[in-house]
Design a protein around this ligand. Sequence first.
Ligand SMILES: [Ca+2]
Length: 179
Amino acid sequence: MKGVLAIALLAAAGTIQAGADSLLQNGGFETIDAGDRPQGWAFKQHAGVRAYQFAVDDEAFRGKRSMRITRLQKQVWGMVEQNVPASDLIGKTVEFTVRVRAADVGPRGFSVDLGGFAGSTMLQRVQSERITGDSDWTKVSLRLEVPEGSTQVMVGVTLNDAGSVWIDDARLRVVKPRS
Ligand SMILES: [Ca+2]
């Protein structure tokens, strides 16, 4: 009986993880690939010396895992991001919500980003206020009307100073149809 219950609970958790209401892949960072990287997410940093650790962490807001960015040595910025095809989103308003947690983040802080891109050209971007210091899990929401000509919508978190940022429960959904 106990075994049956465990299976039922796992099935329910799987449904939540799949995030039928989200356009993002693996927004909970629960699925990792052979290289211990979270599926669906990419990592970038400013040119020069490799200065960040991008790691799946067991300090989770929901489920068993989150994503952590830690700056290991001085560098301008490092970010985790995911791109979603924009073809069905043009003119619609999308909302990106994510939970973030911070430890020892310096005064330049970190930000949550949502943008419309045509290839590598940024057409429009909204950014949260910079968050600094230490904070427990906090929800951040951003909205963007996806501009004409966008090929992809980018969501991400960018660390601009020393410290660590954890990210979990990332969701992207349409909140307003094309007007
Ligand atoms: Ca998670």
